[in-house]
Design a protein around this ligand. Structure first.
Ligand SMILES: [Ca+2]
Ligand SMILES: [Ca+2]
Ligand SMILES: [Ca+2]
Ligand SMILES: [Ca+2]
Length: 293
């Protein structure tokens, strides 16, 4: 409720930043706006925003969270979008960086469901970043509502992971699996795709000039037996800078805007379908600042 009051103030701040930085207030169609804002750009917002400080750290992407023990995370309860009735999920997210990569650890309290034949019968995580600073947290739009009612505010970068490969296995475009016969953002090996959208109807694999997928992910679970109660570990990394206009670009000292989503295979006998997910967007963007040193 509070976030709804704060959001218009925030939009004024970021739209002003876009206009100042680029001389271009057409945030909806701009794909060249920097992904990051300076930390100062958010200081006009009143308290209540979700914030993470991402320290410099030595992280190995292996599905084991022990290398994150000293890093403070953010505990969140993700909730269904308004048209769905699925149960909330408790999650934790942490972000770190080194000179080359941004790292994300996304953990979700849920039982172990994994089926290598049908990803809808497996858990599925997603991490999203604003590409245009004014992009809305609902896949770029201002609303999670039906297609007729949303207004796109800009492009977002989506790391969309369907668990077609196994626990402990390296996944994503960085493994060299390549896009197959699809767009460059597609991971034909394991389905850890690098995507973009401007609204909930236009989610695409990264495509066109400069498009690429350099994501690396490995997942684990604390109790990896069928329906075993426990916690998922989704550990990911991507280069700070990709040069791809359909990606968020990260820089030490700058703040980026993140959102999370999760699909639970227990939603129905057929697993999850696209709208059946819990997400952080109802809480507003999570502001992630890459700390020096
Ligand atoms: Ca690790
Ligand atoms: Ca479940
Ligand atoms: Ca990309
Ligand atoms: Ca992307």
């Amino acid at each position: 409720m509070q976030a709804k009051f704060l959001r218009p103030l925030y939009l004024v701040a970021v739209l002003a930043l876009v206009a100042t930085a680029c001389g271009d207030d057409d945030a909806v169609t701009s794909t060249t706006t920097a992904a990051t804002t300076t930390a100062g750009a958010t200081t006009t917002e009143a308290g209540g925003a979700l914030r993470i400080e991402a320290p410099s750290a030595t992280i190995t992407v292996d599905g084991d969270a022990s290398d994150w023990a000293a890093i403070t995370g953010l505990d969140l309860t993700l909730e269904a979008i308004s048209t769905e009735t699925i149960a909330p999920k408790d999650v934790n997210v942490r972000v770190a960086h080194d000179a080359e990569f941004l790292y994300v650890l996304f953990t979700v309290d849920d039982d172990f469901n994994w089926n290598g034949e049908d990803p809808h019968l497996s858990a599925a995580p997603s991490v999203m970043w604003a590409v245009d600073v004014a992009a809305g947290p609902h896949m770029g739009s201002d609303s999670e509502g039906e297609e007729e009612s949303y207004t796109s505010l800009g492009m977002v970068d989506i790391w969309h992971w369907e668990l077609e490969c196994g626990l402990g296995e390296e996944q994503g475009g960085a493994t060299g699996a390549g896009p197959g016969d699809k767009d460059p953002g597609n991971d034909s090996g394991c389905n850890f795709d690098d995507e973009w959208s401007t609204d909930p109807a236009t989610r695409e694999d990264d495509n066109g000039p400069g498009a690429e997928n350099s994501l690396l992910g490995v997942f684990g679970h604390s109790n990896p037996v069928t329906d075993g109660e426990g916690t998922w570990v989704f550990e990911m990394r991507r280069p700070l800078q990709t040069g791809d206009a359909q990606d968020g670009q990260f820089a030490v000292g700058a703040t980026s805007l993140m959102a999370l989503a999760y699909w639970d295979a227990d939603n129905s006998a057929a697993g999850w379908d696209d709208p059946e997910h819990v997400q952080s967007a109802g809480l507003g963007w999570i502001e992630v600042t890459l700390a020096e040193g």
